[in-house]
Design a protein around this ligand. Structure first.
Ligand code: FAD
Length: 389
């Protein structure tokens, strides 16, 4: 069966479906191709935070702020319950060294317009009960929120279909057709699709699509394991992270020589509670190839770390563990936009631990670039060409 489309999107995670939604809403004929099922990648095996406080002050935070504005009306636009809640969030601080780094981080975030403050231990307890008394304090922002990522993924897909998008599941791409440096279409196990524009939104698998046309895309899978409790009455205030996660992300040299298993696995607290009451306790940040197995050490270190910070969690029963692959990039920023020298080929991948927070803004930016050739902010720093030149 041969088909034609204005745009073909590869990947049915939150990023691919968000792009499909925003393009279809603008009248583009879009076909999305997914090799498995919607939400079968990282978007179905992750936490639920739309957390602004963890974002590096600069373009990263600017993107997150713009995305969080879009979230306020998204549920209505999609006409789908994505379980969006503006809960607020905090980052727990354990040592004077972390406090110093977080004070600087928070000041730079405030300069970009984020409402965020540092709390002492007593003030922090007003937002989250049960904090260990070894903590120095925390940050707090009322702007943090969360969403059910699987419902977000399905909501984007369903709304895109209403605007005429076609979603092909369990569909394998066998070849990308290029003529005179212009995308012409692709071949799949279901036939040929002719299109002048392809968007690679395959998350951690984006490099395998790149290889089909000789592109070396520097995205690596970074495994994240999460442990899930039975449903319990409301306990977690919103999104609770630990400064160790932020410090390890932006100042890795501070932990380079550590022998601790938790540090080696990149364990940093991420805690939130679903609408049904399950507590999500995360997470590791490991390079383990495409293996999505939960490991005994990973689970043990996540729980050791979480109960060290909030001892009351010991009272809750664990019912399962999951693992997903964050699409890691060397500079922590996604690859968004057209690829030089290959007309019609775009990348929208590499959101690492921020794809849920950044899905709406990514969808808008890519839709802007394709329909208008420009977007509302300078996205040069996100161009895939910074690595592909
Ligand atoms: C443990 C963990 C916790 C996280 N917590 C958060 C959080 O709290 N907040 C946040 O903002 N982000 C979080 N993230 C990050 C977030 O999950 C990702 O950034 C986001 O899901 C990436 O979405 P994606 O659509 O790019 O990738 P994916 O969801 O992985 O989707 C890619 C899709 O492409 C498909 N695909 C691959 N190859 C092909 C092919 N050849 N043909 C067709 N389809 C193909 C895959 O099957 C997959 O469905 C977390 C991630 C993990 C693992």
């Amino acid at each position: 069966m041969n088909q034609k489309a204005d745009v073909v999107v590869i990947g049915g995670g939150v990023i691919g479906t968000a792009i499909t939604f925003y393009l279809s809403q603008r009248g583009q004929k879009v076909i999305l191709i997914e090799k498995n099922d919607l939400a079968s990648g990282a978007s179905g095996a992750c936490d639920q935070d739309i957390i602004l406080q963890s974002k590096n002050p600069g373009i990263h935070l600017q993107l997150a702020l713009a995305s969080s504005q879009m979230y306020k009306t998204l549920e209505k636009e999609l006409d789908y319950d994505i379980e969006y809640e503006n809960t607020g969030g905090m980052i727990l601080i354990e040592t004077p060294e972390e406090l110093k780094i977080m004070e600087d981080f928070v000041n730079r975030q405030k300069a970009l317009g984020l409402q965020v403050e540092i709390l002492n231990y007593k003030e922090a307890l007003r937002y989250q009960r049960g904090l260990s008394n070894h903590l120095v304090g925390s940050t707090y922002s009322p702007q943090d929120a969360h969403v059910n990522p699987i419902r977000l993924n399905l909501g984007f897909a369903q709304a895109a279909r209403r605007y005429g998008a076609e979603i092909l599941l369990e569909t394998e791409i066998t070849k990308i057709k290029v003529k005179n440096n212009q995308i012409e279409g692709l071949e799949t196990n279901r036939g040929t699709i002719y299109t002048p524009v392809i968007i690679n939104a395959a998350g951690a698998w984006a490099p395998s699509i790149g290889r089909m046309i000789g592109l070396k895309i520097p995205i690596k899978p970074r495994r994240g394991q999460i442990v899930i409790t039975e449903p319990v009455p409301p306990f977690v205030m919103g999104d609770v992270l630990s400064a160790r996660y932020i410090v390890a992300k932006y100042n890795p040299e501070l932990y380079n020589n550590s022998e601790s298993a938790a540090v080696k696995l990149g364990v940093g607290l991420s805690l939130s509670q679903t609408r049904k009451g399950n507590i999500l306790i995360g997470a590791t940040r490991e390079f383990a190839g495409y293996d999505i197995t939960n490991t005994r050490t990973g689970i043990k270190e996540i729980l050791k770390n979480a109960t060290r910070l909030i001892p009351e969690l010991k009272e809750m029963n664990i019912i399962r563990a999951i693992a997903g692959l964050r699409p890691y990039t060397p500079d922590g920023l996604p690859l968004l936009g057209p690829v030089n020298g290959l007309n019609g080929f775009y990348l929208a991948a590499g959101h690492e631990g921020d794809g849920i927070a950044l899905a709406p803004i990514t969808g808008k930016i890519i839709a802007d670039l394709i329909t208008d050739g420009k977007t509302f902010m300078d996205v040069t720093a996100l161009s895939p060409n910074r690595f592909l030149m």
